[in-house]
Ligand binder design. Structure first.
Ligand code: ADP
Ligand code: MG
Length: 348
């Protein structure tokens, strides 16, 4: 779980000692950050911009399993999943706050590894860590991140703007994070049965990374800006393609046709899904945690995006009475259902 073998008891440091230890090397880079960590509140200045704010909470045992999630990756992922929400509004992410609750089983070295991942993500995506909260928990680890960003009013993209005839586009490929999770869960069971057997993840780097180390698609927001395409609606793929397109259609009061054969799947995702007797299309539709961007564009923008690597057109928006449909490779039409991964799935 943690690589560092040393164990410094958190109680020896105390809350304030821990906070100052974790935040002492912060460098602020955003012009909008006036004051970061160290006062009762951070101070930001977004002169003339619309401010975007989003929060996500991750709980041990619900959202992550430390049996196969290195803490450094967890910190990195906690930041990525939050930045993804700012990019899904077509915004620029600029600050985050990080709040953690941890039980006494975590030594300082573990929290340091978590923060190492947090800082790597912040630096790579040019966001300032400006505050948070630190508390103890009875059991396990809780991480809550709030991401803050900004955009010109005219640039903000909501879920509700899709129009009839718009093209439905998605970045990257789908289903990989879910299939990667299946693989990690399987290897965990093998290990629990026989701790002498080392996990066999050989050749599966891509899908394991999709699960453990997702990348928010800032590059897609920048690409769209550079070719002067403003999506009519956008959402990030955290719960699976089906659930997300249904959100766009519902909020836009429209229907859609998605084409199974167009859904982008990485070959490793495809093969590994097959090994697990899973339908790769279902993994893309219902798997989740891919953190790709799903968006709609006007047909007039077709020429601008048709040859863009990493953007795939997978369907179009229809009138609402037509419903939301998946057109299968064999040509049949099925109503789309949201079976998104969700935190309550174990309670069914
Ligand atoms: P308060 O008592 O006002 O809540 P704290 O002692 O909790 O203040 O926090 C002191 C400063 O450290 C604040 O600026 C806060 O935002 C920051 N901070 C607290 N916990 C964290 C954390 N886990 N990560 C980053 N900054 C933190
Ligand atoms: Mg506090």
């Amino acid at each position: 779980m943690f690589e560092n073998e040393e164990r410094t008891n958190l109680e020896d440091l105390g809350e304030f000692g821990l906070i100052s230890h974790l935040t002492k090397n912060i460098k602020l880079g955003q012009p909008s950050t006036i004051k970061g960590v160290g006062d009762d509140a951070a101070v930001l200045d977004f002169t003339g911009k619309k401010v975007l704010i989003s929060t996500d909470m991750l709980l041990e045992g619900i959202h992550f399993d430390l049996a196969y999630t290195p803490l450094k990756h967890l910190g990195y992922k906690a930041i990525q999943v939050n930045l993804s929400d700012i990019y899904a509004m077509n915004g620029i992410a600029s600050q985050v706050t990080v709040s953690i609750g941890m039980s006494s089983k975590f030594p300082l070295e573990a929290i340091e590894e978590l923060y190492e991942g947090i800082y790597i993500a912040c630096e790579k995506y040019n966001v300032d860590l400006i505050g948070g909260d630190t508390t103890s928990s009875k059991q396990g680890l809780v991480i809550s991140v709030t991401s803050i960003g900004y955009a010109d009013e005219a640039d903000v993209v909501y879920r509700n703007g899709a129009g009839e005839g718009d093209l439905i586009c998605v970045s990257g490929d789908l289903g990989g994070a879910y299939v990667g999770l299946q693989l990690l869960e399987r290897e965990k069971l093998v290990y629990l049965e026989n701790p002498n057997i080392q996990p066999d993840l050989e050749g599966k780097d891509y899908i394991v990374e999709r699960q453990l180390k997702p990348e928010a698609r800032r590059d897609i927001v920048e690409l769209l800006k550079s070719i002067a395409v403003k999506p009519t609606a956008m959402i990030d793929v955290s719960d699976g393609l089906a659930s997300e397109i249904l959100h766009i259609c519902k909020q836009s009061d429209k229907g859609c046709n998605l084409y199974e054969e167009k859904i982008p799947l990485d070959p490793m995702t495809y093969e590994t899904a097959r090994e697990f007797n899973l339908d790769p299309t279902v993994c893309a539709l219902s798997g989740g945690e891919d953190y790709e961007l799903l968006f709609t564009v006007k047909q007039a923008d077709y020429d601008k995006i048709k040859f863009k690597m990493d953007i795939t057109i997978i369907g179009h928006i229809t009138e609402p009475s037509a419903g939301c449909n998946l057109i299968t490779t064999s040509g049949n039409s099925h109503p789309l259902k949201a079976q998104g991964w969700n935190a309550f799935k174990n309670e069914e």
